[in-house]
Design a protein around this ligand. Structure first.
Ligand code: PLP
Length: 371
């Protein structure tokens, strides 16, 4: 006999998840908008990666054969580029997959997963997905507060996520702060340093995460091909950790998690220093330009959080709120990211676009403030 009151229910910790909200590319009416909502590379993809992608797809068996499950050639290319051991690199379906693997491997029901307030949205989902308790430490004026993180560690903490630089705030914890955070964590906590925007940093800003991961048994650094390399569509990420951590992560990794064309494109992208350099230079120039333009609007209650990334978090603390500005920018043809779901109803996150897009965005913001 079936009980008429029985219904299929997701696990309670799954029901507690608010799904990830991706950056939009169209308005409510379906009109395409200039997309500055997902931190993609405004220069597109480098020629070398595009050529490798095209070439792979041209092969007769491109679609009928599974890709290399171990991403061997890609791991070797990454290892050669960064002076790493290829056996200690893991590739993922975007770095998102790797962030989920970290939670799934080291935390479960009743454990705690810690990150800073305004941390990357995936951390909460990754924690809840495995039944762990997400714990947020206070920020320090939108930036990472190492003391607050260390004070929030308990004997149930299993994973600490640090996006450095952070999304959506754009802020950077220094090399010294990262080292101090690591030194203060218990050795049985996995410290995930999410470096999705690392390639935008100058040499002086570099946070030392990969060096730490070379020697520390509990550090997992993640990187992505979605941002500066312009390969977001193919979903490719990679991570570096001790052999023990990597072999544990592999236990629950999906077997064919990176596409064949994606692997080939990423190999070419790793070797395309010129495209990375041009992308970084473009970003540095137009980020500084946009920040200066917006800082000049301080009398309207506009404030720019200092950014080390390819986007700006802009606070609207005057008469024109972030919600109003978001709508006015959409009316003007631009889509940025309003983040009320992440505790930032007073802020918009804006990706640095092409020169024309960036100039157009600044003009649209100015016009929108004037009513
Ligand atoms: N980590 C951070 C801080 C991000 O901002 C993003 C994407 O926006 C990711 C990880 C995930 O990137 P992907 O899964 O495309 O590698």
């Amino acid at each position: 006999m079936t009980d008429a009151t029985q219904t299929l229910q997701p696990k309670p910790w799954i029901s507690g998840i608010a799904p990830y909200v991706p950056g939009k590319s169209a308005g409510a009416d379906g009109r395409p908008l200039i997309k500055l909502s997902a931190n993609e590379n405004p220069l597109g993809t480098g020629d070398k990666a595009r050529a490798a992608f095209r070439e792979t797809l041209a092969a007769a068996d491109a679609l009928s054969r599974y890709p290399d499950p171990g991403s061997v050639i890609l791991r070797e290319a990454i290892a050669a580029k960064f002076g790493l051991d290829p056996a200690r690199i893991i590739c993922g379906n975007g770095s998102d997959e790797l962030l989920h693997l970290a939670a799934g491997t080291y935390a479960g029901a009743g454990d705690e997963i810690l990150y800073v307030r305004y941390g990357f949205a995936v951390y909460e989902i990754a924690a809840r997905r495995v039944g762990a308790v997400p714990v947020e430490a206070d920020d320090s004026d939108y930036a990472t507060d190492v003391d607050a993180l260390l004070a929030a560690v308990t004997d149930r903490t299993r994973v600490v996520y640090l996006a450095n630089p952070n999304n959506p705030t754009g802020t950077l914890a220094t090399r010294e702060e990262v080292a101090r955070l690591h030194a203060g964590l218990p050795k049985d906590v996995l410290f995930v340093i999410d470096q999705a925007y690392a390639e935008y940093l100058s040499d002086e800003e570099e946070d030392g995460g990969l060096e730490l991961a070379k020697s520390a048994p509990n550090v997992f650094v993640t990187r992505t091909f979605s941002k500066i390399h312009g390969l977001a569509a193919e979903r490719i990420g990679w991570g570096y950790a001790s052999s023990d951590v990597i072999s544990a992560l592999h236990r629950i990794r999906l077997p064919f998690n990176v596409t064949r064309a994606g692997q080939a494109a990423a190999v070419a992208a790793v070797g395309d220093d010129d495209f990375v350099r041009r992308s970084r230079a473009h970003n540095a120039k137009w980020r500084a330009w946009l920040a200066a333009e917006l800082e000049a609007l301080g009398n309207h209650g506009v404030r720019v959080v200092p950014s080390a990334t390819n986007f700006l978090l802009v606070l609207f603390e005057g008469d024109v709120t972030a919600e109003m500005m978001n709508q006015r920018l959409m009316d003007a043809g631009y889509i940025v990211r309003w983040l009320p779901g992440q505790g930032l109803p007073h802020a918009l996150r804006m990706t640095i676009g092409t020169e024309d897009e960036t100039r157009g965005l600044a003009a649209a913001i100015r016009a929108a403030l004037q009513g």
